[in-house]
Design a protein around this ligand. Structure first.
Ligand SMILES: *Cc1c(COP(=O)(O)O)cnc(C)c1O
Length: 381
């Protein structure tokens, strides 16, 4: 069985976890957490980062930092994971769904201005598959309308736009280290804050609404209740696991990129002949090989291809169901027509991609796809 994902362990995880355990300091914001923070700030130029228990909770912190309240509107893509919307719905905001673009599943920036109202507070974007959204256009738009720009960068660790790391463009960004992402600590995430005016408050919200972080640095003699907050920080055990992965980030990324490129090369003839299609990757978007996917012509064909692969012990997957059509959203909202989001939901097929996937296995997977389309036979007749 070739599974869709297989977590990769670099070999130092147990050693670092053991270190954390024997230091007797396993709650949050200890040595490993600070090592991770420094790593990200130095490598990617993020102004400030805070590890969180997940990307979901990093998004929840962002909603608190932006003071999202009932009556506010937040624009989010429909084609994304539920957390992108839930974080703001939890604060009572109305989410306004934006469609994907024709070229790739990222938000269609050209349609956003029409969605902005006097109640709009923020635009949240997702860099699908680690491929950058049009950040120049988004920065211009959010600046013009005085809105917050938030990057749900769950897919986008080590991805770039014009050479600058994704996660460094918005006022805030949220990353994920869930088992299925390129770099993983099982569950885990990170908040990035690119506007210094939020640094102090972010630390307080992170530490259950107290100034404990400030106390740990010896800046105050006791810590107390300063603001709203919650338990957003991971334990040192999680941070130790994450740090072991970070030390091997370059190896992990170059191996994933090799797998990705092998897929791309082998799938090319099938795509050129029009059996499937792929999404274009803008030249200024340095992606991170988070996903390799292609598009079938329609839902029925995609489902048949998934079955064909499963029959040959290959686990391929579809992806998000559009949030604008979700049962929870439709309880209080009218149906809308976001055709591109629906098309990606119906047609995308994601293929197995993980560190230990051999090039032979990639060939085997692509051969199985070609068999489904009778591709070799079509060529010889
Ligand atoms: C994985 C993912 C999340 C959630 O990440 P967690 O760390 O599991 O909370 C949010 N948004 C997107 C786009 C994701 O892919």
């Amino acid at each position: 069985m070739i599974t869709f994902n297989k977590p990769f362990f670099v070999g130092t995880e147990s050693k670092y976890i053991e270190e954390a355990v024997s230091s007797l300091k396993i709650s949050g914001n200890g040595t490993f957490t600070q090592k991770c923070h420094r790593f990200f700030e130095e490598k990617y130029g993020f102004l400030k980062v805070l590890l969180t228990t997940s990307c979901t909770t990093a998004l929840e912190m962002i909603a608190l930092l932006m003071d999202i309240k009932p009556g506010d509107e937040v624009i989010v893509p429909s084609f994304t994971f539920v957390s992108t919307a839930n974080a703001f719905v939890l604060r009572g905001a109305k989410v306004v769904f934006a469609d994907s673009s024709r070229d790739n599943p990222n938000i269609d920036v050209s349609q956003l201005e029409a969605l902005i109202s006097t109640k709009t507070k923020a635009i949240v974007v997702v860099h699908y598959a680690g491929v950058a959204c049009d950040m120049d256009a988004l920065l211009e738009l959010t600046h013009k309308h005085k809105l917050y720009l938030v990057e749900d960068a769950a897919h986008a660790i080590d991805s770039f736009y014009n050479g600058k790391a994704l996660g460094s463009f918005g006022h805030f960004a949220a990353f994920s280290f869930h088992e299925t992402k390129n770099i993983s600590s099982g569950e885990g995430g990170m908040l990035v804050i690119n506007d210094p005016k939020f640094f102090a408050r972010a630390e307080v919200i992170w530490e259950k609404g107290t100034n404990r972080a400030s106390f740990l640095r010896g800046e105050v003699s006791k810590y107390e209740w300063m603001d709203v907050g919650s338990s957003f920080l991971p334990s040192e055990i999680t941070a130790a696991l994450l740090f072991s992965q970070l030390e091997h980030l370059n190896d992990i990324q170059s191996k994933r990129m090799n797998v990705w490129k092998t897929y791309s090369t082998l799938m090319q003839p099938l795509i050129a002949a029009g059996f499937m299609s792929s999404c274009s990757i803008p030249e200024n978007a340095g992606h991170n090989a988070h996903l390799f996917y292609a598009l079938c012509k329609n839902f029925e064909e995609r489902e048949m291809l998934l079955k064909h692969l499963a029959h040959h012990n290959i686990q391929a997957l579809s992806h998000y169901l559009p949030l604008h059509q979700a049962p929870y959203h439709l309880k209080n909202s009218k149906p809308e027509n976001l055709t591109e989001a629906v098309r990606y939901a119906n047609c995308i097929i994601r293929f197995p991609l993980y560190f230990e996937l051999s090039m032979d296995k990639v060939s085997q997977i692509v051969a199985c796809v070609k068999e489904f389309y009778n591709f070799e036979k079509t060529l010889s007749t």
